[in-house]
Design a binder for this molecule. Structure first.
Ligand code: 13P
Length: 344
């Protein structure tokens, strides 16, 4: 495969394929395993991720790349094969989460707002991750909508960190996934869809301004944004058509056409809503960029449940994962239909 940034970025957003976000930190994967009463040990995490990466139909046909956590990129499958080799054999590109998490942003909103950390030593970490096989990376910034939030200070600081990360990634010949997430869930999240639109527009404009200042090559990156959607606690939820329409409008206003692709996070949407929204947007094309998924929860929730942490359920877990990957692959082409969910 070509090692050029633009080629890797384009490969990540190949029509009909998207990204599996399997980069849950140790504390986040523990929360996922808690839902099936499974203790989160190193072996359990390995077994779970090995199950996903060995789902060959899903990995070959619908998954362009996988975002890994530091532990996983160094981990071997039960038979000793590096997990990275398993996904590469299925034609999927290994990626790595490099941020060290969202920490309270010092100042008057420290109880609500965060700044993503991890820039110190990142040049050296990128060099190591490249050797371990990573060809793309992810950094997630978090923007919270609440009373008086987000502040300009929070948006500016997070956008600046994203741009510094993206420039370091490209220097290391690694494609940066730039992820500014305006939250739809969590302790606040009672905002309506139009507030999400305004905050996302403000955020994306600031991010692209910072990327420009840092001379990040737009052709060699992928944007990972939230959709334009009401907060989970808002009593007025928008229709799927409105989510699709407002998301496309916001992205067209803010994302240059030089960006090869946009891969959404699922953010707390139900599995089917995340798929439906993506399909509606692609069906409304042609679009200036490729539009696909980089889902964590919306690709994995059904698989975790079907697996339940039991070796005898590996095939069932893989079936559930493959089904969601296929549905989202179709959505990336604008060809998903609700009837296909029942057929599974
Ligand atoms: P969700 O799809 O579960 O939001 O996760 C995507 C992700 O990688 C968040 O950083």
């Amino acid at each position: 495969m070509s090692e050029k940034l633009e080629d890797i970025a384009r490969a990540l957003v190949t029509p009909g394929k998207g990204i599996l976000a399997a980069d849950e930190s140790t504390s986040t994967i523990k929360k996922r395993f808690d839902t099936i009463n499974l203790t989160s040990t190193e072996d359990a995490r390995r077994d779970y991720r090995e199950m996903l990466f060995r789902a060959t139909d899903a990995m070959k046909n619908y998954v362009s790349g996988v975002i890994l956590y530091d532990e996983t990129i160094r981990q071997n499958a039960k038979d000793g094969t590096p997990l990275v080799d398993i996904m590469k054999a299925a034609g999927s590109i290994p990626g790595i989460k490099v941020d060290l998490g969202a920490k309270p942003l010092a100042g008057p909103t420290a109880k609500i707002e965060t700044i993503t950390e991890g820039l110190d030593g990142l040049r050296e970490r990128f060099a190591e991750y490249y050797k371990l096989g990573a060809r793309f990376a992810k950094w997630r910034a978090v923007i919270t909508i609440a009373d008086g939030c987000p502040t300009w200070n929070c948006i500016k600081a997070n956008a600046h960190a994203l741009a510094r990360y993206a420039a370091l990634a490209q220097e290391a010949n690694i494609v940066p996934i730039v992820e500014p997430e305006v939250l739809m869930d969590g302790a606040h999240a009672s905002h309506d869809i139009d507030t999400c639109y305004r905050v996302t527009e403000w955020t994306l404009r600031t991010v692209f301004r910072e990327l420009y200042d840092a001379r990040v090559s737009l052709e060699g990156m992928v944007l990972k944004p939230n959709m334009i959607i009401a907060g989970q606690k808002c009593s007025k939820q928008a229709s799927a058509a409105e989510v699709a329409e407002k998301t496309l409008k916001c992205l067209k206003e803010t994302v240059p056409a030089a960006v090869p692709g946009i891969a959404f996070l699922s953010g707390g949407q139900s599995d089917e809503a995340a798929t439906e929204h993506l399909s509606l947007m692609n069906a409304a094309g042609p679009l200036p960029w490729s539009l696909t998924f980089s889902y964590g929860r919306a690709l994995q929730a059904a698989a975790i449940k079907a697996w339940g942490g039991k070796a005898e359920n590996v095939a069932a877990g893989q079936r559930a994962f493959t089904h969601r990957a296929k549905m989202n692959g179709l959505a990336a082409l604008g060809k998903w239909d609700q009837k296909l969910e029942k057929a599974a």
